[in-house]
Design a protein around this ligand. Sequence first.
Ligand code: PMT
Length: 350
Amino acid sequence: MADSSTSESHYFSSNPPPPTLSQHTAQANAFVTHHHAHSRRVVLLTSGGTTVPLENQTVRFIDNFSAGTRGATSAEYFLSQGYAVIFLHRQFSLLPFSRHYSHSTNCFLDFLSEWGRIGEGEEGEDGGAATPDVVVKAKYRREMLSVLRKYRKAKEQKLLLLLPFTTVTSYLFTLRAIACEMRCLGNEALFYLAAAVSDFFVPPDRMAEHKIQSGDVPESTSGPSPGGGGGGKKLVIDLDPVPKFLKRLVEQWAPEAMIVSFKLETDPALLLKKCNQSLDRYAHHLVIGNILATRKYEVLFVEEGSAQWVRLPTSDGNSGGNEEVEIESLIVPEVIKRHEKMLARKAAIH
Ligand code: PMT
């Protein structure tokens, strides 16, 4: 069986790098150099789902549920704690700050009103008829001003670097390149891997060049399916496992950094076991486990020798969901506490 280093080399030599790789690497290099010179800690935060294209000229692809809420929200809390953030995110998923106004349930247009309509027939400041204009509705202004100030601070102080990916391959090439750029930060670097990374992909030698034609799909040898669709035809997709890159990250790409991975399960009975397996297999610092249905209210911190739930309190004092508090406001300080402990330990050794 191929070891992880063979499968990694094979993966990177047999898949094409994304066209944006050199540009993103240069941006990451400039960002890291700047913040290293200012002795600022840098977190590489991954967010959103990765796609698996089925065709080279891609019309169809496999995707997953992740909207990037965990990543975009966590980025804001890291920024508020003085970290510079490289936000490696799925293109068009949620972004820090703008996320407050980009959900379909939180459409930014609902936060605005037309000035001329507030008091139709009212006079404008100059005594003439009010000039049509757009304003933020009064009840949202305070919160929007606060988001706007944080956003502008992050921009003006160059604390946030947004780097997009779409496919699992572009994610992995970019992750490797940035990790290598961050090596100079030593243990001041933090990796917070919240992206939902595909476990399977179509290798280039089996990828269709053009759109798969439904008429070309062969008859199934097993006959029509019980659901009745397809008239006996079946599109069978043959996927290979994506090599597990966490081991390479821990051992070679970022050997001194603190590494936090996330583990998603749907069956609560499996969560602790899977988190412990991940910790044993990759020997990194912390696994944050979450269950799909409850991920916004509770997560499980698993590290060597301990497992601890972090939960949102409810107004009645019990755990289990509080709309106003975001769980990332509890997760991020807990992670930073551990990063600081690690830095203090390393400093004591030297
Ligand atoms: O975006 P939201 O809707 O807010 O959802 C957030 C989230 C549920 C996606 C997030 O909290 C989360 O759990 N992210 C990780 C989900 C995941 O991909 O789990 P996994 O079991 O497939 O991977 C576990 C770890 O292995 C990951 O840190 C990943 O970086 C790593 N991995 C995965 C695949 C691969 N080929 N190599 C890897 O090293």
